[in-house]
Design a protein around this ligand. Structure first.
Ligand code: HEC
Length: 431
């Protein structure tokens, strides 16, 4: 049938060329050309679009009153009914053919999904460190395809190196056209350039996600030369012979108190009050205006002689040509192995000359007394030196019938006894 139609058209065309300049050989009213019109050739899934067909005679005049028959070459993409109503059935293209009096005309119906279009595919934010956050920016989101673009969301934001979590977004509405507002927050970000990819997505769109690239440039505030130091993180968690669990951080500021990001003055820590020796990397070059110490510890707070002291420690931080700063006062916890156990073995105290079991805190903690002194309590009650029989023996406050003071040669110095007392009251742990 198709072949016969095309043969007829070819014959007519040959005829018209042969008779050029002559009066039409075919009488008015015979259809030689069919034109197909559509209200929109791109449609969404499920959308209906009207196609119409018009027959023309050889002179180009409309031939009225001739019904067309309709056919789609791909009904899984677009169907067409007797009236030329085309319905989108699947993504793709279909050729819609109208036939009038055996002559065919064709048009294409393209079925497509909604398409996300963003008004701005890259945003640039800028701010000064320590200043207010930059203004938010709006990105228009439109549907560049057919149908309705709904269910718009922002996917997982991918942050470049250096910082994350600094973008927040809000949609005006989740159906296009809409606006998504993007904010960049300084938070704890240091001066530098940060990047992120913000995916605008919708499950029903043919091009989801569409990415918006975001760049955030943070510059250091203008500052003068280094003028003073400021301890911004105090040392903490100090135990004799162990690195502080919280290391100090010291900031370099100019004389007006503004952090000097470019400062390279070496900052040195030293003990300004309290016993012992400061061990570790005591001089640190600041990065971004801050010196972060990493491995400081206080050693030498030990029961050698009577000069041990675990409280009242302060560190001083100095740098050339700047005002120094000092940490708050902190305590250095007693270490069992480094202080107590060590003291047990000293010749001056000589506990281990008569006892062989003081080397392990587990032997002491929550154990009843050994030897012949039963009924005298528990050797070490964690966090309770008063109730600990070990302490009572050292202080000579144990009850009668519980043996003699330890060591038998005489009561130890207050400082040595206070060290054992501190270890028990700090929880009697092997720290
Ligand atoms: C000269 C030997 C000698 C020395 C030194 C000595 N002790 Fe004792 N210690 C004893 C004897 C003997 C007993 C058992 C009789 C008593 O309790 O008096 C004892 C008992 C104790 C007890 C009672 C609990 C138990 O397990 O029996 C404690 C606690 C104790 N000593 C701690 C110490 C400490 C701490 C030192 C070091 C500061 C020390 N002693 C040094 C001989 C000694």
């Amino acid at each position: 049938m198709t072949r016969r139609q095309w043969t007829g058209l070819a014959f007519l065309m040959v005829g018209s060329v042969g008779c050029f300049g002559d009066p039409p050989a075919i009488g008015p009213g015979d259809v030689v050309t069919v034109r197909v019109f559509s209200s929109d050739s791109v449609l969404a899934l499920g959308d209906t679009v009207s196609f119409s067909a018009q027959g023309l005679d050889l002179t180009g005049a409309f031939v009225v009153g001739r019904p067309a028959t309709w056919e789609s070459d791909a009904p899984n993409v677009a169907t067409v009914d007797d009236n030329g109503s085309v319905v989108g059935a699947g993504v793709g293209s279909a050729t819609i053919t109208a036939t009038i009096d055996g002559v065919v005309g064709q048009a294409t119906a393209t079925v497509s999904l909604p398409q996300i279009a963003v008004g701005d595919s890259s945003l640039v934010f800028a701010a000064i460190f320590g200043d207010t956050d930059p203004d938010s920016q709006d990105v228009a989101v439109a549907n560049r395809g057919p149908g309705s673009l709904t269910g718009l969301t922002i996917g997982t934001i991918q942050y470049g190196s250096g910082g994350s979590g600094w973008i927040t977004t809000t949609f005006d509405a989740t159906t296009a056209p809409t606006v998504v507002t993007v904010r960049a927050s300084l938070g704890a970000l240091l001066p530098g350039t940060y990047t992120a990819i913000v995916p605008v997505q919708a499950a029903g769109a043919g091009n989801s996600p569409v990415n918006v690239d975001v760049t955030f440039t943070i510059v250091a505030p203008p500052s003068g030369a280094p003028g003073m130091l400021a301890v911004i993180a105090e040392p903490g968690g100090a135990t004799a012979n162990s690195v502080f669990t919280t290391q100090p951080v010291v900031e370099v500021r100019d004389s007006a108190g503004v952090r000097v990001f470019g400062a390279t003055v070496p900052i040195t820590a030293s003990i300004t009050s309290g016993d012992g020796t400061l061990i570790g990397t005591t001089t640190v070059i600041p990065v971004n205006g801050q010196a972060t110490f990493t491995d400081l510890q206080i050693r030498g707070v030990q029961a050698v002689g009577d000069t041990v002291g675990f409280g009242g420690h302060r560190l001083e931080f100095t740098a050339p040509a700047t005002m120094p700063d000092t940490s708050v006062s902190f305590n250095v916890a007693v270490s069992f192995s480094y202080n107590v156990e060590y003291m047990f073995g000293l010749t001056s105290t000589s506990c281990l000359a008569c006892h062989s079991t003081f080397s392990d805190p587990a032997v002491l903690v929550n154990q009843p007394p050994a030897l012949n002194v039963t009924g005298c309590g528990t050797l070490v009650v964690p966090s309770n030196s008063t109730s600990s029989f070990l302490m009572q023996k050292l202080d000579n406050t144990h009850s009668g019938g519980c043996g003699s003071v330890m060591p038998p040669a005489g009561v130890l110095s207050t400082r040595l006894r206070n060290m054992v007392r501190s270890w028990i009251d700090e929880g009697a742990v092997e720290n």
